[in-house]
Each structure stands twice: as C-alpha cells, then as structure tokens.
Design a protein around this ligand. Sequence first.
Ligand code: RIB
Ligand code: CA
Length: 314
Amino acid sequence: MATPLIFDTDPGVDDAQAIAIALAHPEIELLGMTTTYGNVDIDTATTNALLLAELANQRIPVAQGAAAPLIKLKHPAPAHIHGDNGLGNHPLPVPSHRAETISAPQFIVEQVNARPGEVTLVAVGPLGNLATALQLDPGIVDRVKQVVVMGGSIREGGNVTPVAEANIFNDPHAAARVLTAGWPLTLVGLDATHRCVLGPAQMDKIAAAQGKLGDVLAGSYAFYRAFYRTALDIDGCCPHDSCALAWLMRPELFTTARGHLNVVTDGDAEGQTLFAPQERTFIDPRWARTPLVDVCMNADGEAIVDWIVETLTR
Ligand code: RIB
Ligand code: CA
C-alpha cells in the first residue's frame, strides 16, 4: 500500500525536486502540499506548489500556511540561493488552480484525523505549520503515523550560522515545539544531506524524463548549482529535501541514532539542534527530558542520489 503523505514545503529549488519525487513515486500517495514562507514569501511558495503539480499533470490539494515565524522577526528570503521566484528565476507560467480555502494547519489536522495512524507528515521548510497544527489539535500526536523533518544538524555544523541549519533557524520556536512534541519523528539534517551531491549529468537525465516539470527542475537547478559552486566549491547541489523522502522510502541508506533533541531558541546559537544519545548519561537530567526521536547521523550519499535519479527517470 502506498504511504499517505502530506508534504509541508517552501518551494524552493530543492523542494521542487522533492515535490517531483512525491508526485512520481508509486509508493507515495500525496494527500496534499502545505506551504510555508522560507525560501520564498508565502504567496510565491503556494504558487510554486500549485504550478509544480500542474506541470506534472496532477491535481493535488495545496493549503497555504505560515507567512512568518511564530515569534522572531522574519529574515529576508534567500533570493541569492533560490532566485526571486524560488525556482532559480526560471520563467514560469501562472498556475490555473487555486489553493484550498482552509489553512495549512487545518488541512494537516483534518487529514490526520480522517485517517488515524496512517498519515505521514514530511516537513522540509520552517516548522510553523506543524507547530500550529499541534496547537489546534494536540491529539494529532497520537494519530499521525510518523513525522519526517528535513532540518537541523548534529555534528555537521550549520549552513546559515556556524551552528544552525536554515529550516530550524528560520523558526526555532516552532521547531522546538515540533521536535519535542512526542510523536514518532525522524530528523534528516545536514549530517545526511551534505553527503549527497546531485551532479549536472544526473540532472540532465531527470530533465529529459520529466517533461514540462523537467524544464523547471533543470532551469532552477542551474541557478542553485551556481550558488553551490561559489559558496561551497561543489559541482552540483545538495538535494536536502529529497533526502527526507529518501529516508522514508529507503531508510537503510541512512545511519540513525536515537536520543533526545532540543532546539536553542535565542542568542548566538539560535536554531542549533542539540542531541543527547539515548545510551549516554550526562551530568544533568535536563538532557533526557525531551521525548526520544531518531536523527540521521550519516548517509550513503551516492546511493541516495542514484535513488533520486531512478525515481525521476522511471
Ligand atoms: O538547509 C536546507 C533547507 O533549507 C532546505 O529545506 C532548503 O529548501 C532550505 O529551505
Ligand atoms: Ca525547503
């Protein structure tokens, strides 16, 4: 049976690649996309989600969500990484469909409650929508099947500050609620995603197989690749958000550890994810206070990129 899934996203170049996977994978039943600000403003995120589904000739519900962080002030969108339109400034048509009339958090609550124990939430942007869904109905903690979050960093260091990964940094207060809510959760952070580099030859194969959607994936990739070359001296890009789906479908490609997570919400280390492995005892009981979760510590990057290409070219 296919996995019923809600994809919470801020598309975003690497989000677009992951959306293509969610639309294409035969073992994923995409119930809907919920959008958040992050790589782009919220209206652009919603437009992009609608458009990406249409380019794949699919009609998927899209519910618009968070326009800003819960508490902190919003940072400007990273147009130098994802382009002004979130998709590398690739020229885009206007989608013909509109978003749902209910909000992203309401959509999450409704879908989870409609199918108790079945729905997986995959979140690849700042975590305001999941945090608000928890506030609307705390009972979803026991009714969701599992939650997979692309975000954070345990040993790898940060990508927007020396210690913080972008999705967690963008809304650390929301992340603190979501990562410590007590639902079955796996964190797929930079320790895994930085092991993966999707190269230009691999993107060419994807573009050739994905029709109109492929043109947008390739055009936006070209912009994203230029950023990676300048910033990290990598020829290719890290497909961060696709890794969350790779973990779901191919967990054996990742090394995970179980333990307690915390998120720093203020100060110089805001957005840092702190992990205390289950088997270690520390000097202070505070490190065991939060619920147990799984975090990715490493990954077989080559095999994950092969899986992405295979999924998008079959
Ligand atoms: O740090 C990587 C994450 O930040 C990804 O979700 C990417 O889309 C950006 O939002
Ligand atoms: Ca994202």
